[in-house]
Each structure stands twice: as C-alpha cells, then as structure tokens.
Ligand binder design. Structure first.
Ligand code: NAP
Length: 297
C-alpha cells in the first residue's frame, strides 16, 4: 500500500508525476494516515495541521526556506524536515547578480524604452569597484560573494556569527548598509529577520545604494522600501521576493528603478529537475531507512 502524502502547495507537474508513482496524493483534506507532506519553501505547517496528522513522519520541502513551519511543534512530534539544499544555491546567486546588474545598468527599463521607440535613455551606474554588502553568508550569500569578487570591489557581510572568510564582517545590518553600495539579502525569513530592512537601514544604504532581495519578502518593510524608492533616498531595488506574494504593490510595478521577478531564484529547468529528484530521494531514503541527504540539521 503506498503511503498517503499531502501536497501542501502546488508543485511542478513533473514532480507531481514522480510522487504519484510512489505515493497516494492528497491535495485538500489530508487523511489522518498521512505519512509525508510535500510543498514549496513558503508552505505553512502549523500545530493545528500536525494535530490532524498523527502518523506524519517527514516534511519534504521543494526548496530550502522553512520559515512557514512551526519548528517547535514539528520537533515535539519527532517529525523530520528535509530540504533541497545546495541544488539551488548557484541559480539563486545568479539571479541576485542579474537583478543587481539589471537595476544598475537599467537593462529592463532600457528594454522597455527601446520597445517604445526610444533610443536616448538616462545613464546607469557602474558595477565594478563597488562595496558589496551581503546580509546572511550561508550557501546563497557565499555564492553571491564569489560572483561579486571579480567586479573588484570590497565584499562585506553580516550573519549571526563571523565566518572564516576573507570578506569583512560587519557587526550588524545597519552598519553593513551604511558601508555598502549594494545590499544583497540572503538570510532566512521568520520572526528573527521580520522587516529588519526598515526605513533606518534604507537611509543608511543611501541615495546611491541598491537593494537586492532574493531571500524572503518578510525581511523588508515594503512600505518603507516604496517610500525610500519614491523619494530616491535609495537608488533602486532588484526584487525576487515580496511581502504578500503573488500580490506586488502597484507602486513597485510602476517605478523604472525597480526590477521585479516573480520569485524566480531557483527557477531554471536544470535546477527544478534536480530539486524534484531530491524531494523524491529525501522521501525514498526516509521510508527505506537510509540516510536522508537533505535532512535539516
Ligand atoms: P543558509 O545556508 O541557511 O544561510 C543563511 C544565512 O543567513 C546564514 O549565514 C545565517 O547566519 C544567516 N542568518 C540567519 N539568521 C540570521 C539573522 N537573524 N541575522 C543575520 N543573519 C542570519 O540558507 P541559504 O541556502 O543560503 O538560503 C537563504 C535563504 O534564501 C533561504 O532561507 C530562503 O528563504 C531564501 N531562498 C530564496 C530563493 C528564491 O527563489 N528567491 C531560493 C532559495 C532560498 P549563520 O551562518 O551565522 O547562522
């Protein structure tokens, strides 16, 4: 008898097919016999849901974010969490660099201008030699730093602890923002980082500063960001993630110094195929009693 599996969010047709070959899938009302949950990095798993699923053994995330999961409730029930670690790191870092360059060199704005028949456009901003600030120096943060190194600027970062790297550690986000020309966000969402990028941090980033967020929309006070962009207290923003996805405020959509992406950090054909395979491997390894490669420590 295949195990019952709850699909907490929509997943790609390819992953759904792989799961349907191995499990009995449930989309709306998971039965109490559910042994596994699968969903994207933004799924919510709270204590009320867990109370209805006494046989649940594993939550397999199609992604690496897990800020929507009640970790205390999961740990209290001995349920495992597995993520698709390492597979999407390089793609998300590519997206971060692409957004930075797209804002600075006005790639999207100039493309729109040309399609309207315009040839004369405002100047962009130089990418080389800039001070690159990275908030969260984990897998994605380090991959961003490595990509930024050849641009010849200084690389600064902050995280919960200092790392054994050559890049300069800053004691906190406000200091990092003040010292940076570009501020990349690569820390997890959740209560600890909720709206840490507020009006004060944006003011420290300053009128020549660019914010790039490939982490979670929850890290940014979106109203404060809109206000800073509208009054040109920062130079621009490249945003892959938003406070209330898929709703993106009109104010962000109408500004030319903002480049938007609909949460595409890991959205490459190669990455998504590898992520789907790893979700399946995490589940199969768990149910076969093997080591689960993406087990969250
Ligand atoms: P990771 O390897 O766990 O790294 C997270 C980093 O953030 C670590 O350096 C950690 O510091 C730091 N951090 C955690 N809490 C912090 C806090 N309160 N203040 C400052 N720094 C803090 O995670 P990752 O794989 O790089 O992924 C990072 C995030 O990117 C994910 O959580 C996810 O939300 C997001 N993401 C987005 C996309 C997308 O499509 N846009 C795709 C994948 C992931 P320490 O090392 O000192 O603990």
């Amino acid at each position: 008898m295949p195990h019952d599996l709850f699909l907490a969010t929509a997943v790609s047709p390819a992953l759904e097919l792989l799961l349907a070959e191995r499990f009995t899938l449930h989309r709306d009302a998971p039965p109490p016999t559910t042994r596994a949950i699968v969903g994207g990095g933004q799924m919510t798993v709270d204590a009320a849901l867990l109370d209805r699923l006494p046989e649940l053994e594993i939550i397999a995330i199609h992604g690496v974010g897990h800020d929507g999961i009640d970790h205390d409730a999961v740990a209290a029930r001995g349920i495992r969490i597995a993520i698709t670690a390492d597979i999407l790191t390089e793609d998300v870092a590519d997206q971060a660099i692409a957004l930075w360059l797209a804002v600075g060199r006005r790639i999207a704005a100039n493309d729109r201008a040309m399609r309207m028949g315009n040839w004369t456009v405002p100047l962009g901003r130089r990418a080389s030699g800039r001070r690159i600030g990275i908030f969260g120096l984990g897998r994605i943060g380090q991959a961003i730093a490595k990509r930024a190194e050849p641009f010849g600027g200084e690389i600064l970062y902050t995280a919960r602890s200092q790392k054994p790297v050559a890049w300069r550690f800053m004691p906190d986000l406000a200091t990092l923002a003040a010292e940076s020309d570009v501020l990349f966000l690569a820390a997890p969402g959740g209560d600890e980082t909720r709206r840490v990028v507020d009006a004060a941090v944006l003011d420290r980033l300053g009128a020549d500063g660019v914010l790039v967020n490939v982490a979670r929309g929850s890290l940014v006070d979106e109203d404060a960001l809109i206000a800073a962009l509208e009054s040109h207290r920062i130079a621009g923003a490249g945003l892959d993630v938003f406070a209330d996805e898929p709703d993106v405020p009109y104010a962000l959509r109408r500004m030319n110094h903002v480049v938007l992406a609909p949460h595409q950090g890991s959205a490459t054909r190669e990455g998504r195929a590898a992520m789907a395979a790893m979700v399946v491997e995490n589940l199969e390894a768990h149910f076969a009693g093997r080591e689960v490669p993406g087990l969250l420590a």
